[in-house]
Design a protein around this ligand. Structure first.
Ligand code: COI
Length: 359
């Protein structure tokens, strides 16, 4: 047992796992040798931080997360740089967003500076797991669950925070090829005052029905419309969304019902750097259809940590099929995909100080 300077105890795994084939990773199918765990209770606050062998938790069947879903999570990635460096992209934005989620779900905030240090320690230890191939990375999943055994509906008095890591390739089977997106007109994702802007598992559990139905129809993902008028575009199942209309990059505003994506923010800042007009405003599905028909819609794409930049080649809405850019990847999506990957791998200038070096 070793103590490092961050009071994180390190217990090394005795047997290391065999690494998977980097060309067959998919998303979230493999997990590294170690994980970070840290506990919270009312008396001690955060304590017992450990990097330990990846393994099962022991939970009481009454653990509150199992009943009332008091759970939050994040997603970020570690990349291999050209000079064998190990890089994180905007990790503090993820940890700050984690604390915003914690506030909304009545969970304890995490000490972001310490957690970033501990995360770097974990990633350094797992550096041989970071895939080198283009488009692949080590996905980092911080999460917190309510572990107190009790059945009253109230904030729990005990939590586990943990970070697991997974070498990943492209999120979608299509890779970077254009996706087909089904505009969901039966189910809704979020309402004002709800938790649509929070990274909590319940949002995703509630989305599975629509997603599964859309997949049965041959679509990659769903596009959510607003819950009140069912006409304003919100976000795709696992990403935010952008449209290029009349040479302006349009994305729905952060109004409490969509996730404040870090890749979304990156896209907005890069586009502004490149002199592209950007606009965060409400946009209806009818406007998108009209723009596709009159030729002013030239591109559509999703943005997210898992999805990176995912071009959209087609929307299905009720009986209509809306084709975008003849079903091909547009030049802006391609440029963003290439430039963001270069940035994340340390191969481009970083004027916004987004990169945090682990090694
Ligand atoms: C991410 O992009 O990191 C996400 O959290 C989406 C995930 C649900 C796959």
């Amino acid at each position: 047992m070793l103590k490092n300077e961050l009071d994180v105890t390190l217990h090394r795994a005795e047997n290391l796992k065999e690494k998977p084939d980097q060309r067959q990773l998919g998303f979230g199918n493999y997990f590294t040798d170690h994980m970070l765990t840290m506990r919270w209770n009312k008396e001690q606050g955060w304590h017992d931080a450990k990097i330990e062998p990846y393994g099962n938790f022991s939970l009481d069947p009454a653990a509150m997360v199992l009943h009332y879903s008091q759970e939050i999570f994040e997603g970020l990635k570690a990349y291999c740089g050209a000079d064998d460096s190990v890089l994180l992209f905007r990790p503090m934005d993820n940890l700050n967003r984690f604390n915003d989620s914690a506030e909304r779900m009545c969970m304890p905030r995490i000490p972001t500076d310490k957690v970033l240090q501990a995360m770097k320690g974990l990633i350094y230890l797992e550096r041989d797991w970071i895939p080198q191939s283009q488009g692949a990375a080590l996905y980092i999943r911080p999460a917190m669950i309510a572990t107190e055994a009790a059945l009253g509906v109230r904030p729990a008095d005990e939590y586990i925070f943990f970070i697991i890591c997974s070498p990943v390739g492209a999120y979608y089977a299509e890779g970077f090829s254009p996706t087909r997106i089904y505009v969901e007109d039966e189910y809704v994702r979020a309402v004002q005052g709800g938790v649509g802007n929070v990274k909590t598992g319940g949002n995703y559990a509630a989305s599975i029905k629509a997603h599964t139905t859309s997949q049965q129809k041959g679509y990659t993902q769903v596009l959510w419309l607003d819950a009140v008028e069912r006409k304003y575009i919100e976000e795709v199942g696992t990403s935010n969304i952008f449209f290029m209309i009349n040479d302006e990059l349009v994305t729905p505003p952060l109004g409490g019902t969509i996730l404040p994506g870090i890749t979304r923010d990156t896209v907005l800042q890069l586009a502004a750097d490149w002199g592209i007009a950007t606009c965060e405003r409400r946009i209806t599905i009818d406007e998108v259809i009209a723009a596709a028909e009159d030729g002013s819609l030239t591109e559509a794409f999703g943005s997210g940590t898992a999805a990176v930049i995912s071009p959209i080649g087609e929307f299905g809405y009720k009986e209509n099929t809306i084709t975008v850019n003849k079903g091909k990847t547009g030049p802006l999506a391609q440029r963003l995909f290439d430039d963001i990957q270069c940035l994340q791998r340390g191969a481009a200038a970083d004027p916004h100080d987004w990169i945090v070096r682990v090694k």
